[in-house]
Design a binder for this molecule. Structure first.
Ligand code: THU
Length: 143
């Protein structure tokens, strides 16, 4: 892919993540997080954090974006993930577990903050020893 077209993709992802962060339902933390993902088909999906008065029922922006891709289009192979928040938070552990289920060898996670600073990670950087479906397939069936 040319430098120009990847810059356009990142710009679209940034704008979508910032826009969807505005829809965050976060009366408890006050944090507005937005996530856009591009799947291998080239389609983009978005999600924001949705909190709950039973705090543990809160769902992060990243998982909402991924679950939307699966639910609405059956898409789950992640090419790029862009996460926007005021302070440039990296995905939490639970989101990394969900990301790793659907990540490819070279899936990138771009983290952006309100100042426009962006850091690019690989999923492997963020979660090098993830638990994967391959681990589960190693269980010996005792029958
Ligand atoms: N949050 C996300 O949306 N993504 C993350 O990876 C970190 C945390 C949200 C969840 C909650 O609504 C708020 O940020 C504070 O934890």
């Amino acid at each position: 892919m040319s430098k120009n077209s990847s810059e356009i993709i990142i710009r679209n992802m940034r704008e979508a993540a910032i826009a969807v962060s505005d829809n965050a339902y976060s009366p408890y933390s006050g944090a507005k997080v937005g996530c856009s993902i591009i799947t291998t088909s080239g389609d983009m999906f978005v999600g924001c954090n949705v909190e709950n008065c039973s705090y543990g029922a809160t769902v992060c922006a990243e998982r909402n974006a991924i679950f939307s891709a699966v639910a609405t289009r059956g898409e789950m192979r992640l090419s790029i993930i862009y996460v926007y928040s005021e302070h440039g938070w990296t995905p939490c552990g639970m989101c990394l577990q969900v990301i790793s289920e659907f990540a490819l060898e070279d899936t990138q996670v771009i983290v952006g903050n309100r100042q426009g600073k962006e850091i690019v990670y690989s999923v492997k950087d963020l979660f090098p020893k993830s638990f994967t479906p391959v681990d589960l397939s190693k269980i010996k069936k005792n029958k």
